[in-house]
Ligand binder design. Structure first.
Ligand SMILES: Cc1ncc(COP(=O)(O)O)c(C=O)c1O
Length: 388
């Protein structure tokens, strides 16, 4: 009999596990460690949203829904996106609800990638972009972003990285893990470039509500871009709903139709209870979301100040709940820094290399933990570093 490993498809076997999980398996075994590694809100989902989920169960809402999602939820999404992002989508044919942005992203990639198609994305980036492309026999094409540019993209780099066969570009502003954003001017240049090369833009705007300085602009809102964009958004970050596993895609009808087939045969539909909770989040969740955002802002200002104070050069993230300080001056890899700081201070941060090669030299420290934890973590790190 074959070794069971031989049953695994070679392109799947070739993909490494997420570097974040690898690292946190080590941290989890340590007593008294403070984790700045998590990529999810430390807040519990606001009560009125949980209550909507409970109420849905009490009313006996336990069935499948339409593959695209509850019509009422798609109606709320359409209103929310029009009001907050300035793009109008038809709730009947241009919106699909899925199991988090993770799933709708995967559906988008599977819907558009033919074997050998190239997909650009800026890096460092969310861990799933490149593997999702590879799982479809596509070719990921990374565009480096730099601390000097505040981790926004640099159009020269985009042009240099482009190759014939690039079908789409994935963007994510504000960016996990860097907190980088892109202003309207830069996005406009990118929109023009996408038009010039006739590429689709997949825009993951999951952190858009968590923008602290200046407003968020969606590339989908520019003239002519709606038909060239797949707009992805969800509930995990802004509404602290990671466990509900709910997100959505807005795109031209033909793309939604293709995504729906992928979703239908793999998942059927997102859970109805989560969809009911999502309706409540969009209809009445603004106030609770803004309160959480103010907490994140206060923590960001604190931790960025502390990192710079202890000599970890840290640009100020304009969005997300991640700081991305440089550890280059210590002359070790980001993985070695993360291991050493964990050993010496019992504070867990994620090596930047987990987010792609261009994350090397940095670590990701999440400030989605209490202010008190941040104070303690910064004190411990500072004390450890001062002895190096
Ligand atoms: C940029 C980005 N996109 C998508 C996701 C996945 O979110 P969801 O919980 O909606 O699947 C994450 C989660 O960390 C993320 O950081």
């Amino acid at each position: 009999m074959k070794d069971p490993r031989e049953f695994v498809a070679s392109h799947v076997g070739a993909i490494p596990r997420s570097g974040i999980r690898e690292f946190f398996a080590i941290a989890a075994t340590m007593e008294d460690a403070i984790s700045l590694g998590i990529g999810e809100p430390d807040f519990v989902t606001p009560w009125h949203i949980r209550e909507a989920a409970i109420f849905a169960l009490e009313k006996g809402k336990t069935s499948y829904t339409d593959n695209l999602g509850l019509r009422r939820l798609r109606g709320e999404i359409s209103k929310y996106v029009a009001k907050n992002f300035g793009v109008e989508y038809d709730p009947v044919s241009e919106i699909m609800v899925g199991v988090g942005v993770s799933e709708v992203f995967d559906c988008a990639i599977r819907a558009i990638v033919n074997p050998g198609d190239k997909i650009m994305y800026h890096e460092p980036c969310f861990v799933s972009y490149s593997p999702s492309v590879r799982l479809c026999h596509g070719i990921p094409v990374a565009v480096r972003t730099r601390g000097e540019d505040g981790f926004s993209f640099n159009m020269d780099e985009v042009r240099k990285s482009w190759e014939p066969g690039c079908k789409a570009i994935v963007i994510n502003f504000p960016t996990n893990p860097t907190g980088g954003v892109a202003d309207a001017e830069r996005l406009k240049e990118l929109a023009e470039f996408a038009a010039e090369k006739d590429m689709l833009v997949i825009t993951d705007e999951i952190y858009s509500e968590l923008t602290y300085d200046g407003g968020h602009v969606s590339i989908a809102s520019f003239d002519g871009m709606k038909d060239r964009c797949v707009f992805l958004h969800g509930f995990s970050k802004a509404f602290a709903m990671t466990g509900f596993r709910i997100g959505y895609a807005c795109a031209p009808k033909a793309v939604i139709e293709a995504m729906m087939k992928v979703h239908q045969y793999a998942i059927m539909c997102a859970p109805i209870v989560s969809q009911e909770a999502a309706v409540e989040a969009l209809a009445n969740g603004r106030e609770s979301m803004e309160k959480m955002r103010e907490q994140y802002r206060r923590r960001r200002d604190y931790i960025v100040g502390r990192f710079n104070g202890m000599g970890l050069d840290c640009h100020c993230p304009k969005g997300t709940f991640y700081a991305f300080p440089s550890v280059k001056r210590f002359g070790m890899s980001s993985m070695d820094f993360a291991k050493k700081i964990l050993e010496d201070s019992k504070v867990a941060v994620v090596p930047g290399s987990a987010f792609g090669e261009s994350g090397e030299g940095y670590v990701r420290a999440s400030f989605s933990t209490s202010y008190e934890n941040l104070v303690e973590a910064a004190d411990r790190m500072e004390a450890a570093i001062s002895k190096w």
